[in-house]
Design a protein around this ligand. Sequence first.
Ligand SMILES: Nc1ncnc2c1ncn2[C@@H]1O[C@H](COP(=O)(O)OP(=O)(O)OP(=O)(O)O)[C@@H](O)[C@H]1O
Length: 284
Amino acid sequence: MEAPAIRIHDLVKDFRIGLRGWKLRAVDDVSLDIHDNEVFGLLGPNGCGKSTTMKVVLGLLEPTSGGCEIYGVPSHQVKSRLNVGFLPEAPYFYRYLTGRELLKFYAKVCSVEPGKIKQRIKDVLDMVGLTEAADRRVGTYSKGMLQRIGIAQAIVHDPKLIILDEPTAGVDPIGSAAIADLIRELKKQGKTIMLCSHLLAQVEGVCDRVAIMDRGKVVLEGEVDDLLSKHDQQSLLVNNFPEAARAEVEAVLARHGSKLVGVDTPRISLDDLFLKHTGKGGKS
Ligand SMILES: Nc1ncnc2c1ncn2[C@@H]1O[C@H](COP(=O)(O)OP(=O)(O)OP(=O)(O)O)[C@@H](O)[C@H]1O
């Protein structure tokens, strides 16, 4: 059987804090498999251990015990990361380079074939919607544009696995929707994406599976559709439901052993309302 894209097994990570050798357990016995070509969300409140878990997966931190593998290769081996792209939580980019120059730098660092760099940068700029801003200095980019150039540097070498730490942090709903579209497109291209976030509404529409962490532990894991569906309830959508029909509907349902639980008006999300009134095609 093929190895999962990421395997995290029995992972514990302690940080030494203070002078008396006190330890803080940031990750507490976490085991997770992330499958090939899925979008997996690691969710949870601030400080629950998401970024620490990602850093151990990427070999940037040593585990206290347990471990991680990427496509079967232990994370502490450099070769595990050859096919991985990473957007850190607070990426720092040299502000005097243009977006295009920045991507050229990362393409060279990631050993993209010299003859292919120009076209690859063109394609990636197009994918993240930064073609028009490609020759502007990164220092002039908005927060949304910085996140998108960050994603561009993570995918410039066409990696199989893309790890995104808070991809929509500080980005407005238009920018977040564009990033969500981009993640869906990357999945269509066959990529595996692991992202971590505490902005739940923004990742709901893109993740196939999620795990929720709290105080270092995974407290819930599963397919998003499964976790969010109320399997014992169904809803009917009716235009202009007449109050007078309620008693008849209740009687029919009662004959079938069912019960009308409530009649309410569906609402759209505030995000959708914002997008409708500000235009989804914006370049924030
Ligand atoms: N280098 C470090 N030294 C000491 N403690 C650390 C270190 N890095 C993280 N921690 C602590 O470990 C815990 C988990 O931190 P982590 O950054 O993994 O959380 P997170 O879920 O990513 O939070 P956020 O959503 O705020 O980014 C926190 O209590 C944090 O203070």
